[in-house]
Design a protein around this ligand. Structure first.
Ligand code: PEP
Length: 253
């Protein structure tokens, strides 16, 4: 069984509400009729509600860029899984390297967020990936292993069906340096193997693993040609409707 390709756009801290609506209107037009690729977008929190209204009846899914593990309470500045569900988010991105790098996210807090999201019925895009220093030291697989074991601690087989892994080497994010299809495939194979070991061959076979790091319309096709690359998590290039649509329509190139 071939896994359904999944392309997600992470808008990060970009786009006002008006700009978000403009972009999403453009995407609705350019992605009309797309059925053989699942698509999600992750606008900033301030634009999620407006975008969710605009997406009614569309097959484009909505994702939060992060969440907190409590349902509600005195947690100034945080957003709960319940709140994301209420405005029709289907996914939450968890453990993005920018969260790990700038906001003190650890494997343990990533794990708490993943559990909370899954408990509320959100699907999760769980990000892992090594820094340049870690790759140069030759410990990239060890890092992926640690992030996977830590991030997925106490998460059962059933919950795994609602999870997607995004392999995003930090040195390739926003730098214009893409991992070669070979480098990405090696990492994806390693991750799938690890999931096979931790869970089962079936869970591993069904798991979608996205690649993220300077994905563009020019390199998507060669990445998607690899056996274990099931989609992409796209940052910069997802901010433009035309370029993002070309990535989603990689099969037509
Ligand atoms: C990302 O932030 O998830 C990402 C992959 O960014 P970019 O595509 O800009 O490298």
């Amino acid at each position: 069984m071939k896994r359904l390709p999944f392309i997600a756009g992470n808008w990060k801290m970009n786009k006002t509400v008006e700009e978000s609506l403009d972009l999403v209107r453009g995407l609705k037009v350019s992605l009309q009729g797309i059925e053989d690729v699942e698509v999600a977008i992750a606008p900033p929190f301030t634009a999620l509600y407006a975008v969710s209204q605009e997406l009614k009846g569309s097959s484009i899914h909505l994702a939060g860029q992060n969440l907190f593990w409590e349902e509600k309470g005195a947690f100034t500045g945080e957003i709960s899984p319940v709140m994301l569900k209420e405005i029709h988010c289907r996914y939450a991105i968890i453990g993005h390297s920018e969260r790990r790098q700038y906001f003190g996210e650890t494997d343990e807090t990533v794990n708490r967020r993943i559990k909370a999201a899954l408990k509320q019925g959100l699907k999760v895009i769980f990000c892992v990936g090594e820094t340049l220093e870690e790759r140069e030291k030759g410990i990239n697989f060890l890092v992926a292993e640690r992030q996977i074991e830590g991030g997925l601690k106490d998460i059962g087989e059933t919950a795994m069906q609602s999870l997607v892994v995004a392999y995003e080497p930090v040195w390739a994010i926003g730098t214009g340096k893409t991992a070669t299809p070979r480098q990405a495939e090696e990492a994806h194979q390693f991750i799938r193997q690890k999931i096979r070991f931790l869970y089962s061959p079936k869970i591993a076979e069904n798991l979608r693993i996205q690649y993220g790091g300077s994905v563009t319309p020019e390199n998507i096709k060669s990445l998607m040609a690899e056996e274990d690359i099931d989609g992409a998590l796209v940052g910069g290039t997802s901010l433009n409707a035309e370029s993002f649509s070309r990535i989603v329509r990689f099969k037509e190139m």
